[in-house]
Ligand binder design. Structure first.
Ligand code: NAP
Length: 334
């Protein structure tokens, strides 16, 4: 029987999500990998409970997380029932719809038909009455943006979501989506986007749009799926993401060039008294428009290590310059 630590709010800090009333923890936990039907339920429960014990109040899901698709939501539903149910009002639970979930023309993308059916399915799998944030997981090039945004707004009006967000929309699409939602009196809470030292796309206009419009930003894969850690410095561990056949991170992504940069970044992190993972997370949070970063984890120990990040979030100009030097350095020939 799980009882949360009474000190769980002592060390985490919480940033306001844009100009909304909601604050999110600097570190959130995502269930994309390691929480599926193929993974150990006891390990998943242990990670969720540990995260909550350390002040991580936000858990990020999507309809398709697993494998198999949907099973991460089922795992989360079980953990809620067994461990976290008493704390529902302390949790921010998000899910998304956009990627392929069932056969036929209504099983993916951005139609009202798909989004609202998918949200109902997600609620059943997680055994919830409502989610805190419901996202459009990706823009649909064929469905009118007005239809997708109206479906999000309906999720709120019908009481099945408290807030809505978008993911992977371009700066221009983001501006348009924010405007449509505002006209529907359901403000866009947040944009979820890939951001890390290795993927700096949001710096090209997206953060400016979000800052101007008062919409939060949450970074996914801030550790570049584990590359921005010490995970691959001594080879390819058998239990790592890159070693798993169904992962998005492939063995071929762990190149000599990447490892050379990782080693150089690792030295800079040591000089700051941090692990590389901690420095990579701190770097991603250095801009105050970044509300939170969603980490993934396969072990409780990784969460324990990453949670110390807020102890050192400040970078000198010199440190930032040295990091940039490593990131833009010419490719290393093996
Ligand atoms: N909106 C979208 O389209 C989208 C797309 C992708 C992800 N997301 C969200 O973002 C979340 C996070 O993505 P992610 O899992 O790719 O994030 P990540 O934090 O970049 O990578 C997580 C992986 O890094 C490794 N790791 C974490 N801490 C470590 C440490 N201290 N030392 C060594 N290795 C460490 C683990 O790899 P091992 O498993 O090898 O141990 C872990 O599984 C997802 O769960 C999902 O919620 C959203």
């Amino acid at each position: 029987m799980y009882t949360a630590r009474t000190e769980r709010y002592d060390s985490m800090f919480y940033r306001r999500c844009g100009r909304s009333g909601l604050r999110l923890p600097a570190l959130s936990l995502g269930l994309w990998h390691n929480f599926g039907g193929v993974d150990s339920l006891s390990n998943s429960r242990a990670m969720l409970c540990r995260a909550f014990d350390l002040g991580i109040t936000h858990f990020d899901l999507a309809n398709n997380y697993g494998p198999p698709p949907g099973s991460a939501e089922e795992t989360f539903g079980q953990a809620l029932k067994m461990d976290l149910k008493a704390y529902r009002d302390e949790l921010i639970i998000s899910t998304k719809a956009g990627y392929n979930m069932w056969p036929g023309p209504y099983g993916e993308w951005g139609s009202r038909k798909y989004l609202l059916a998918s949200l109902d399915q997600s609620l059943l799998r997680m055994r919830l009455d409502y989610v805190d944030i419901f996202y459009s997981h990706r823009p649909d090039p064929e469905t009118p943006l007005e239809e997708t945004m109206a479906a999000l707004a309906h999720a709120v009006v019908s009481g099945k979501a408290l807030y809505v967000g978008i993911s992977d929309y371009s700066p221009q699409q983001t501006g348009e989506a924010i405007e449509i939602l505002r006209n529907l009196s359901v403000p866009c809470l947040i944009h979820q986007v890939q951001y890390s030292m290795f993927r700096r796309g949001p710096e090209q206009g997206l953060l400016d749009v979000l800052g101007r419009e008062g919409v939060g930003c949450i970074a996914f894969s801030p550790l570049a799926q584990g590359l921005l850690t010490d995970r691959y410095l001594d080879g390819l561990p058998g239990d790592s993401r890159a070693a798993k056949s169904y992962s998005f991170l492939k063995k071929s992504d762990v190149t000599e060039d990447t490892l050379a940069r990782v080693r150089a970044l690792n030295e800079l992190a040591s000089a700051r008294g941090q692990s590389l993972a901690q420095m990579a997370l701190a770097w991603t949070l250095r801009d105050s428009r970044m509300t939170s970063v969603i980490i993934g984890a396969s072990k409780v120990g990784q969460i324990d290590q990453n949670i110390a990040t807020p102890n050192n979030l400040r970078f000198t100009e010199e440190e930032l310059r040295r990091i940039d030097d490593v990131l833009v350095r010419e490719a290393v020939t093996p």
